[in-house]
Design a protein around this ligand. Structure first.
Ligand SMILES: CC(C)(COP(=O)(O)OP(=O)(O)OC[C@H]1O[C@@H](n2cnc3c(N)ncnc32)[C@H](O)[C@@H]1OP(=O)(O)O)[C@@H](O)C(=O)NCCC(=O)NCCS
Length: 259
């Protein structure tokens, strides 16, 4: 099941492993994605300092909307019913069913009985009474793809991003990047500036999710840099690193160590 692990330079993101039980043989957004299925029963929690990354092609998720509806909570069923268009509704449901399927495998529960709540600032989390292993997770979806990070003990954030729309990045950089990040982008060749911005944005999203409040001014106030900066220690126990993605996607993971 574990197809790839890499060693980072910082203690707080020492290793990560890419899993994709749900969608064998399908396109992957992360390099090194697996091609074979494993067994849900064999899923074991990450060890401390390890992050499990799960990726899914939501358009290839096994089953159909009727089956997925039975795996999710009634609140998620209601939200699914409110979608006007079929494709986003299917992807929303597939992402929820898949997330629950993965978390349930760690917790040895059924997907529907996996109790999910939200933190003070909206971050989804496993309800404390069921979370004896102290699992933390973060989800990102981008079109038909989704990425789920699972860690133990420390808060985790993950983001998967398609390239920022052409022409949008100067305004994004002006508003959301530090002076150092803007300078770093400016020094890139013109053709590489948009991708650098997408990388920075993705790393900021991952950081915001690890902090639990999402994209807030706090995340805009410190530098995470593009992928070429490697693993960055942002202070106060927060580390961010890019993930080796493909097909022009950018992906990043962040960990907020709990003291
Ligand atoms: C939460 C947020 C980070 C989501 O990022 P996104 O790129 O739009 O979407 P992603 O698919 O990557 O992530 C969505 C998932 O993040 C998770 N999420 C939601 N709130 C979260 C929070 N406070 N902290 C961590 N994760 C959160 C959920 O699992 C969500 O999935 P769901 O919609 O299926 O429930 C972002 O929308 C946000 O921070 N919003 C609030 C602040 C804001 O609007 N800032 C804009 C200023 S420019």
């Amino acid at each position: 099941m574990i197809v790839k692990s890499r060693t980072g330079t910082m203690n707080c993101i020492r290793t990560f492993s890419v899993h994709a039980l749900a969608c064998p043989g399908r396109p992957n957004t992360l390099k090194g994605g697996p091609r074979t299925a494993g067994s849900w029963e064999k899923v074991e929690p990450p060890v401390p300092d390890e992050i499990h990354l799960w990726q899914a092609d939501l358009d290839a998720f096994p089953g159909d909307a009727g089956i997925w509806l039975r795996l999710v909570s009634s609140a998620e069923q209601d939200r699914a019913r409110r979608f006007v268009f079929e494709e986003p509704r299917r992807r929303y449901l597939a992402a929820k069913a898949w997330t629950r399927r993965v978390l349930a495998a760690y917790l040895k529960l059924s997907p529907r009985d996996t109790p999910l709540t939200a933190g003070a600032h909206g971050k989804p989390q496993i309800a404390a009474e069921a979370n004896h292993a102290d699992l933390r997770f973060s989800l990102s979806h981008c079109g038909r793809f989704a990425l789920l990070a699972v860690a133990i003990g420390d808060e985790v954030g993950v983001d998967l991003q398609a390239p920022l729309p052409e022409g949008s990045w100067p305004a994004v950089a002006e508003r959301c990047f530090t002076r150092e990040e803007r300078e770093c982008v400016r020094l890139r060749p013109a053709a590489a500036q948009a991708s650098a911005c997408t990388e920075i944005w993705t790393r900021k999203e991952a950081a915001g999710k690890a902090l639990g409040a999402g994209l807030t001014p706090r995340v805009f106030s410190f530098a995470v840099g593009p992928a070429s900066w490697g693993t960055i220690d942002c202070g106060e126990g927060l580390c961010v690193r890019s993930l080796p993605s493909q097909d022009r996607f950018a992906a990043a993971v962040a960990v907020q160590q709990r003291s």
